[in-house]
Design a protein around this ligand. Structure first.
Ligand SMILES: Cc1cn([C@H]2C[C@H](O)[C@@H](COP(=O)(O)OP(=O)(O)O[C@H]3O[C@H](C)C(=O)[C@H](O)[C@H]3O)O2)c(=O)[nH]c1=O
Length: 180
């Protein structure tokens, strides 16, 4: 298992060892011990899965404290462009984003710390997006940022995404008061 660290503090890409053979492939999709090697700790209490066809964008979402979630995201099938935005008020990279392509060949994962808005584009049909969360779903605590806010400057890899009505009216960074 390899770890890749980025300039945005706290974010880590995890590249598991994938064992291929004539039958297919195997990899350890979750190991608390391995994550601890990368300095990642947390009480993982909920797993989520969504299925999206090519061109879907979900996000940018987060849950506010005390229901804030760190996430460990990956795809089990298909391919996704994962995007996270640093919304930690005191962070020197506040408002900056990181994009990482997740695929079901390398089975690479991204650790998203508390204090980030999260979203992704499905790059293929039937993209199965899986993620572990360190807090339960709390709809009353949900917040978000507008996916195509020019101030964020995110290239989602798609022009006219399929996106929920809810996500179309999320606030821009300018009108946003971060709870982190
Ligand atoms: C997130 C969540 C949703 N739901 C229900 C609520 C809705 O009736 C339905 C779809 O929810 P939503 O439209 O919020 O799903 P996404 O747009 O995929 O939201 C997720 O996508 C972005 C990328 C994230 O990072 C968040 O984890 C999460 O916000 O599932 C639940 O029952 N439990 C949950 O934990």
């Amino acid at each position: 298992m390899e770890f890749k660290y980025f300039d945005i503090a706290g974010t880590v890409e995890i590249l598991p060892r994938v064992f291929g053979d004539i039958r297919g492939a195997f990899f350890e999709s979750f190991s608390e011990r391995r994550l601890a090697e990368a300095g990642i700790s947390g009480e993982w209490v909920q797993d989520n899965q969504s299925r999206s066809d090519r061109g879907v964008v979900r996000g940018l979402h987060f849950q506010k404290p005390p229901f804030a979630q760190a996430k460990l995201v990956r795809v089990a099938a298909g391919r996704a462009l994962d995007v996270i935005v640093d919304i930690r008020r005191d962070s020197p990279t506040y408002g900056q984003h990181l994009s990482v392509e997740l695929d079901s060949e390398r089975f690479n994962m991204l650790y998203v710390p508390v204090g980030f808005a999260h979203g992704f584009t499905a790059l293929e049909d039937n993209t199965l997006f899986l993620y572990k969360c360190t807090n339960y779903y709390a709809p009353e605590s949900e917040g978000g940022l507008l996916w195509n806010d020019p101030a964020l400057g995110i290239d989602w890899g798609v022009q006219n995404p399929t996106i929920s009505a809810k996500d179309q009216v999320l606030p821009t960074l300018a009108g946003f008061n971060s709870p982190f």
